[in-house]
Ligand binder design. Structure first.
Ligand SMILES: C[S@@+](CC[C@H](N)C(=O)[O-])C[C@H]1O[C@@H](n2cnc3c(N)ncnc32)[C@H](O)[C@@H]1O
Length: 431
């Protein structure tokens, strides 16, 4: 039997909330089962929507149940979250939302709970109570531990950061300058009635509203790629030159590797990632764009184990991080990350950074990047590195006039970009 859209959505939400999978891996598994693109889009909207406002939905559902669902029955809790989301946040007629959600309950093999699902959702619809804002978690739909950390790190800006992280992000493109200038591509978009503007970095284009990539002129032959404006600063700040040996130390899925090569032909790029499946995506991206790099599955904290060549002229270290800067794109991060992850990640980042530094030529540049907004992973990480590394010097990044620190913390929503962090480190010749 083919499951209906709500049953597929509940399966994806269950995989995230109960099994710790990311939505970007759980969702496509279910989307594959829907032939119609509109249905795929609705499935995504429901799953992403639930992740955005989970605490309020959770509170609303829990208040309607005498006892919580446990174990495998939790999928019915997730189904109710989806039902509640449809009633509060979509224009789907209430009768359709309720009957489709109840039908999903039956299809998920929980015939005995169909009446409960129906009853709870009808109750919510009848009462039409505003969703609770009784504490900060409910008011902002953010975990308390992240709010607390943001309040300490950004006493004035945290409410804006939280609000921006709840917004739907714009779609950004990276112009492939090997194929056309940004001006030329902007004109092609205009001819297709796709409204777009140039971003602050050299190749960035921001669309006024998202479109299916199939609608983008020559997307299939690599004229543009989808990449947030903040991530596009990496290649520009790294500023690799033709003939240089460059390491992309945490490369998958390869957006920044491709940009480095598009910007400057003649770079010898080595791209490594310790996740072989993700590295396959680097390969696919390079192929689509007709680019070439040497790929390794390996540990960036043990370069000697897979690389026998010389030290590198430049290294991009786009470190594994909490991804707290990209919550607007991946709202499931709010529920997948735990407070203890930040210290663990910061330790891992320090290990990789120290090791990569040994593989940088004297005079070389290492660009450290994360899509985090946590100081422990960013400014504090680099301050500690500079304190323990005699031959390291921080070069000032002057990409934004608002930035008065040599490193650069981009906050979510700033110039419509994701939250991101950059520090440009030079290795002195005389250590
Ligand atoms: C932020 S993502 C990189 C995104 C990539 N630079 C891009 O622009 O497409 C971090 C990557 O680091 C990889 N990673 C984590 N620990 C690693 C390690 N010890 N060595 C190499 N790669 C690692 C992860 O598999 C993940 O693909």
């Amino acid at each position: 039997m083919r499951l209906n859209l709500r049953a597929l959505a509940a399966t994806a939400v269950y995989a995230v909330l109960e099994q710790g999978q990311s939505l970007s891996s759980a969702l496509p598994e279910q989307q594959r089962l829907l032939p119609n693109p509109k249905d795929k889009a609705l499935l995504a909207e429901l799953c992403y929507g639930v992740m955005r406002v989970l605490p309020q939905l959770d509170q609303c559902i829990s208040a309607c149940l005498n006892k919580p669902f446990k174990g495998k029955q939790r999928i019915i809790h997730q189904l109710l979250l989806l039902g509640c989301y449809q009633l509060y946040f979509t224009r789907i007629p209430a009768h359709a939302a309720i009957s489709e959600t109840a039908e999903a309950c039956r299809q998920l093999g929980r015939e005995s709970l169909v009446k409960v699902v129906n009853g709870v959702l009808r109750n919510i619809q009848r009462q039409q109570q505003p969703l609770s804002e009784a504490n900060d978690t409910l008011k902002y739909n953010f975990p308390a531990w992240i709010i607390k950390k943001l309040q300490v790190a950004y006493p004035a800006q945290w409410p804006q950061i939280v609000e921006n992280s709840q917004q739907r992000p714009p779609m950004w493109l990276r112009n492939n300058r090997q194929q056309q200038s940004r001006e030329q591509y902007l004109q092609r978009l205009q001819q297709q009635a796709i409204e777009a503007t140039a971003g602050n970095s050299d190749d960035a284009i921001m669309l006024s509203s998202p479109v299916d990539v199939a609608q983008l002129p020559d997307f299939g032959v690599g004229a543009v790629s989808v990449q947030d404006g903040a991530a596009q600063w990496a290649a520009q700040l790294l500023d690799a030159q033709a003939g240089e040996l460059v390491l992309d130390a945490c490369a998958a899925p390869g957006g920044k590797s491709c940009h480095i090569l598009e910007r400057t032909p003649g770079i010898r790029l080595v791209a490594v990632d310790n996740d072989s499946k993700r590295l396959e995506r680097v390969n696919q991206n390079l192929q689509r764009l007709g680019l070439d790099a040497q790929l390794f599955v390996g540990d960036a904290a043990a370069i000697d184990s897979w690389w026998q060549g010389p030290q590198f002229d430049r290294i991009l270290l786009d470190a594994p991080c909490s991804a707290t800067g990209v919550i607007r794109r991946h709202p499931d991060i709010k529920w997948l990350r735990k407070a203890a992850d930040i210290a663990e990640l910061s330790h891992l980042q320090a290990q990789i950074l120290d090791h990569c530094w040994q593989w940088l030529k004297p005079g070389g540049i290492l660009l450290y990047a994360t899509c985090s907004i946590m100081p422990e992973e960013n400014h504090q990480q680099i301050a500690a590195f500079l304190a323990r590394t005699a031959d390291a010097e921080l070069q000032a990044i002057t990409a934004s006039q608002e930035n008065c620190s040599p490193d650069w913390q981009i906050l979510p929503g700033q110039d419509n970009m994701d939250g991101f962090y950059y520090a440009k480190l030079q290795k002195n010749n005389t250590a």
